[in-house]
Design a protein around this ligand. Structure first.
Ligand code: ADP
Ligand code: ZN
Ligand code: ZN
Length: 742
């Protein structure tokens, strides 16, 4: 008989990161995973029951009782409770921070509002209705209502109240309450789409994955070129899971979670599919969560955090575009959804499928021979597009030559020519530029002064619509200077191109262009994203200009030209992954062309046409790229051949920030020596962060690079402890394998 419950209180403080014991009052039903309300000091707080026990270390009179049960059912499944504990160890987060990821915000703080509606239902038989009608022919309203109810239950709000009351008194009708679920985008159809005949590559992949599902799970890397039909593979695997009574989770990058994609899944799985993404209202999210929790939806499609969906008995976990950064959380807990997916697949005996045309170097390495079985990914390849469609031809244009020939526009002669041809043939074009705004920096021709954000060590971007300079890191704005703040000259010039400038020049030079622009600035409003894509899909617009937002997932049959305006804009960032990112972006963007009957053409403009990242992306040759890039990583001792982590220090006082980083470097050095771990370390260094000033705070970092054999977890724990003990006025945060090294 368990009379005590171990509870994690829903308060985020390191000191509270442990279980507290409470007594279970007589007659209260408690199970692990349940959400309860407990007295905590003078207040009442919510908490999660982690486990139950028959005894307690505290004297009985010191143990306070659970005040109330928040939900009768356990809100955290046992599997997810164990997962939270694993995350606690793996990501060094508080247990409650992990648990919070597993329930919708709506359920915390006693804010749950289940919306109900009242319905009327007929209790009489047809004969009784007919008899009533004969005998009470003047009770017209009641007769009408009886006839309406014969067709089906009706919401009471819409009915004649006195007629309904009369019928209820006679026992002819009754009223019941029904929980109402807020369904996101209910207007989207649920018609079932027809099936394709699978291509041989697709069939092989589906067979391997389904067999693994039945055999208790295995992990796959599905490397299929753009347009090879990966989505159809996912669909078939999900269907197999459903047929064998199991569920499926599909993760996609937030950007790809367009209504188009959602409609697509709905078309295949109807109401059996739940969708989780950031565009949902809290209420919608809560409803979708419950549909999953109670088994009404057995397929979940969602962005990163959907990996915590309360799904039981999962058959397959799919991570589409697995190379995307968005799978790594950049706030606490800093989890990697791919790792969590791996873990959930393992505990559920499910198949894990990581899919991409351009897998991350680290995932592909796991699919190479010689990897230990517990780390291994089984490689499935689909090197061809469906129906034998060719991959688009990619042409590189050397922009240095353009400038010499006096062409100062963002369009090379080649791209301009191709765009003209495309538009006059009535076809559509997509132009990709990885920067938003108009000009990416503003500088003085005379002395070289560059306008920077006073709060951040970053140059300001010119935004034409508002005629303002804007900092893309902190949002700070200022009026563009008329003369140079440094030398006073009037030679202020605008350099570099962003989406606004490309759109402006497209309108100026191509009269037949009907341009839509898609970037962070044009998609702030709800549904803006879809409105823009609809204008393009309908043909109302024939040129779509955008940032990463247009790089992935989009499938427009009439697009025959894709232009990459500045391929090298991501090439020289201070990050060892900049070449990988560039390769991925170009390949993905190029993949948007020629996806239907018409063949596609891709023009990539670059100032570094000889760079292997650009060359191999143009050939869409992932294998060769992998070989080059992994050789480089190995020789330069970068991940995945080493592991990196850093503590980022920030604060108003530069000396204090720097001092904290340098003091911790010494402490860390001493610790490494004491542990005998020195030989596992490639590099340990306190240095200024690449962006040394951000939002008015100075930034330093303690950077640690270790060999793989080293005990990363121990080093992490030590770095975390140092970060936790940062001096007053300095914030310190640990990042393991950070997404961005700024
Ligand atoms: P990927 O995600 O690999 O880039 P998609 O899954 O978007 O490719 O598929 C590309 C296009 O091919 C889509 O329009 C899809 O509907 C279509 N498609 C997929 N499989 C088949 C098939 N077996 N036969 C015909 N068309 C297919
Ligand atoms: Zn100047
Ligand atoms: Zn700024």
């Amino acid at each position: 008989m368990s009379r005590y419950a171990n509870v994690i209180v829903d308060l985020s403080a390191d000191a509270l990161d442990r279980v507290f014991s409470y007594a279970v009052p007589e007659g209260m039903q408690i199970v692990p995973g349940q959400q309860v309300s407990v007295p905590f000091g003078p207040r009442r707080v919510e908490g999660f029951v982690v486990s139950l026990s028959g005894e307690c270390d505290l004297p009985p009179e010191k143990v306070r009782p659970i005040a109330a049960v928040a939900q009768e059912y356990p809100v955290v499944l046992p599997e997810l409770m164990a997962l939270a504990e694993w995350m606690h160890g793996r990501y060094l987060c508080n247990l409650v921070d992990a648990l919070r990821l597993m329930i919708p915000a709506e359920m915390r703080g006693g804010r749950v509002h289940v919306r109900t509606k009242r319905y009327a239902r007929l209790r009489w038989s047809a004969e009784q209705v007919a008899a009533f009608e004969r005998e009470n022919s003047r009770a017209r309203r009641q007769i009408e209502l009886l006839h309406s109810l014969e067709k089906g239950d009706l919401e009471t709000a819409a009915l004649n109240a006195s007629a309904l009351k009369a019928l209820r008194e006679k026992g002819a009708a009754e009223v019941y309450e029904c929980e109402m679920r807020r369904r996101p985008s209910p207007e989207l159809g649920t018609q079932r789409a027809g099936d394709f005949e699978l291509m041989p590559g697709q069939r092989r992949a589906v067979e391997a994955i389904c067999a693994a599902m039945d055999a208790g799970g295995e992990r796959f890397l599905l490397n299929g070129v753009t347009g090879s039909g990966k989505t159809e593979v996912y669909i078939r695997c999900i269907r197999h899971a459903l047929e064998t009574g199991r569920g499926a989770i599909v993760l996609v990058p937030e950007i790809s979670l367009t209504p188009q994609m959602v409609a697509w899944f709905r078309a295949r799985f109807g109401d059996g599919a739940a969708v989780l993404h950031s565009g949902l209202s809290a209420g919608e999210r809560f409803d979708e969560w419950r549909r999953i929790r109670f088994g009404e939806a057995r397929v979940v499609v969602g962005a990163r955090s959907a990996i915590f969906a309360p799904m039981e008995d999962i058959g397959v976990v799919i991570v589409d575009e697995e190379h995307e950064n968005t799978y790594q959380s950049e706030s606490r807990p800093r989890y990697d959804a791919r790792e969590v997916a791996w873990r959930r697949a393992e505990t559920n005996g499910a198949a894990l499928v990581l899919g991409s045309a351009t897998p991350s170097i680290s995932s592909f390495m796991r699919a190479m021979p010689g990897v230990r079985p517990e780390n291994r990914l089984e490689l499935l390849e689909m090197p061809e597009r469906v129906k034998g469609r060719p991959l688009p031809e990619v042409e590189l244009v050397d922009m240095r030559g353009e400038f010499e020939r006096g062409n100062h526009s963002v369009f090379s002669a080649r791209l301009a020519q191709a765009l003209r041809e495309c538009l006059s043939a009535g076809e559509q074009a997509m132009l990709f530029i990885n920067r938003r705004g108009h000009s990416t920096f503003v500088s003085c021709r005379k002395c070289g002064y560059v306008v920077k954000c006073p709060q951040c060590d970053v140059s300001m971007t010119y935004h034409q619509a508002e005629n303002l300079l804007r900092c893309h890191y902190c949002g700070n704005t200022m009026a563009p200077p008329r003369s140079c703040p440094q030398c006073g000259s009037g030679y202020i010039k605008y350099f570099g191109a962003g989406t606004q400038k490309v759109a402006e020049e497209a309108r100026r030079y191509f009269p037949e262009a009907r341009v839509v622009r898609m970037d962070v600035d044009t998609t702030r409003e709800k549904n803006a994203h879809e409105r823009i894509l609809n204008r393009f899909r309908s043909g109302e617009a024939n040129v779509l200009i955008g940032t990463q937002m247009i790089a992935k997932g989009l499938d427009f049959p009439n697009v025959t030209l894709v232009g990459v305006v500045a391929a090298d804009s991501t090439l020289n960032l201070p990050d060892y992954r900049s070449v990988e990112r560039t390769f991925q972006l170009i390949t993905q963007v190029a993949g948007r062309a020629g996806r239907a009957e018409k063949s596609g053409r891709v023009i990539v403009q670059t100032y570094e046409p000889d760079h292997y990242g650009i060359q191999l992306a143009a050939k869409q040759d992932y294998r060769s790229f992998y070989r080059r890039e992994s050789a480089f990583r190995k020789s330069a001792l970068y991940p995945p051949f080493t592991q990196i982590m850093r503590v980022v220090y920030s604060g108003k006082e530069e000396a204090a920030v720097r001092g904290a980083a340098e003091a911790d470097e010494e402490r860390m050095n001493a610790w490494l020596d004491a542990q005998g771990m020195r030989r596992d370390v490639v590099q340990l260094r306190a240095l200024e962060a690449p962006i040394a000033l951000l939002r008015g705070e100075h930034r330093w970092q303690l950077f640690l690079k270790m060999y793989f054999k080293g005990d990363l977890n121990a080093a992490c724990a030590r770095m975390q402890a140092l970060a936790g003990a940062a001096p007053a006025g300095v914030r310190a945060e640990l990042e393991v394998n950070p997404v961005n090294l700024f």
